[in-house]
Design a protein around this ligand. Structure first.
Ligand code: GTQ
Length: 350
């Protein structure tokens, strides 16, 4: 907004704006400071979704609509600061997906990258390019862009997971492509766990050999809780704690050692009982899931109580601290992967 100016100038400017608006022209000086901010001021707000509450609505949806009819039976975790945008932070989408016993969610693929973080249930699976990732609580399963995926629950209990996708990022770039497979379910192409054995143990099939069957850029799609929890526990037992993060491990893509997918980074943290992390800001708005324990997130001084399976969205550049009442284990995902590629990522540790 321009400051002082005579009434006459204001009138002349308003006339100019009105005349040129139909031609797709508008004055920078009215919006410059909103466009080029000194620090990030996210339209997204800090918000916590208590798991029991989300689950309740999700089960109600389960009584009314099938997974197959819905294609994906998901409640979007929409940031209250960005109504109608299907975003949890400006660049990312999150939703809670329910697959009831005996249901399938039909096979499709799209440009958007997806992660699933399992909240409850065991034995249902996502099939990625025809290979089942059989899920257990707190497993991380990926469906990287344009890989075929369908979901099924052959167990007798509901299966619920958190979906994290880069839907708003892809929307920003106008680069969405999607297709359905004519069959509901992708034909099985490999035994469950095959990819984990080939690409998940810091090894890979020799390049060009018949065993090297997965896409070179994104071969791995399953990071079981059993493995990451053991690694995190061992790290916590044997290393100095980071004052700002607690004990933290990032999930990586074994193809290049980088983020799990081109647009999404993910990590886990362990904060010991009684520990309080030091204040930290980062430019990647982050979605946290409480895996174990209880505590408090202090976001710009405001307290948010945390219990198991709660989801907390912390937008860019909010000052964040965690206080652990019991040993606290967190999963987090963010757009750090995109920001680093664009040379935008920053953090500030106090
Ligand atoms: O499971 O493929 O929450 O395509 C949103 C879009 C889940 C999925 C979502 C999707 C999916």
């Amino acid at each position: 907004m321009i400051g002082q100016g005579s009434n006459d100038q204001h009138a002349q400017l308003q006339e100019l704006y009105d005349n040129m608006a139909p031609e797709g022209l508008t004055p920078l000086w009215e919006v410059l400071h909103a466009l080029v901010q000194d620090v990030p001021r996210s339209p997204a707000v800090v918000h916590k979704w208590a798991y029991a509450n989300v689950r309740n609505y999700l089960m109600r949806a389960g009584d009314i609509i099938s997974a197959e009819q819905a294609e994906r039976r998901v409640l979007i975790l929409e940031n209250p600061g960005m109504p109608g945008q299907s975003a949890i932070v400006p660049s990312l989408y999150a939703g809670m997906q329910l697959i009831l016993p005996g249901e399938i969610a039909p096979c499709h693929r799209h440009a958007q990258c997806a992660l699933r973080f399992v909240m409850e249930g065991e034995g249902a699976y996502t099939t990625v390019d025809g290979e089942r990732a059989v899920m257990a609580p707190f497993d991380l399963v990926l469906t990287p862009g344009m890989q075929w995926h369908d979901h099924a629950n052959p167990t007798d209990r509901p299966m619920i997971w958190l979906d994290g996708l880069d839907i708003p990022t892809v929307r920003l770039f106008d680069a969405s492509f999607a297709e359905r497979l004519p069959e509901k379910v992708h034909p099985e192409t490999a035994a469950p766990g095959d990819t984990l054995h080939r690409y998940g143990g810091n090894m890979r099939p020799m390049r060009g050999s018949v065993a090297d069957r997965r896409p070179a850029q994104q071969p791995l799609f399953h990071y079981p809780y059993k493995l990451w929890r053991e690694n995190l526990g061992n790290l916590a037992a044997g290393s100095e704690i980071d004052p700002h993060l607690g004990h933290a491990l990032e999930f990586i893509n074994p193809a290049d050692g980088g983020s799990i997918m081109p647009t999404i980074s993910a990590h886990v943290r362990l904060i010991p009982k009684g520990f309080e992390t030091s204040p930290r800001r980062s430019s990647d708005g982050t979605i946290f899931v409480v895996v174990e324990g209880e505590g408090t997130a202090l976001v710009d001084g405001q307290e948010h109580r945390l219990a198991e399976r709660d989801v907390l969205a912390v937008p860019s550049w909010n000052e964040l601290r965690f206080k652990a009442d019991t040993e606290l284990v967190l999963f987090g995902f963010s757009d750090k992967a995109s920001q680093e590629k664009l040379h935008l990522y920053r953090e500030l540790r106090a």
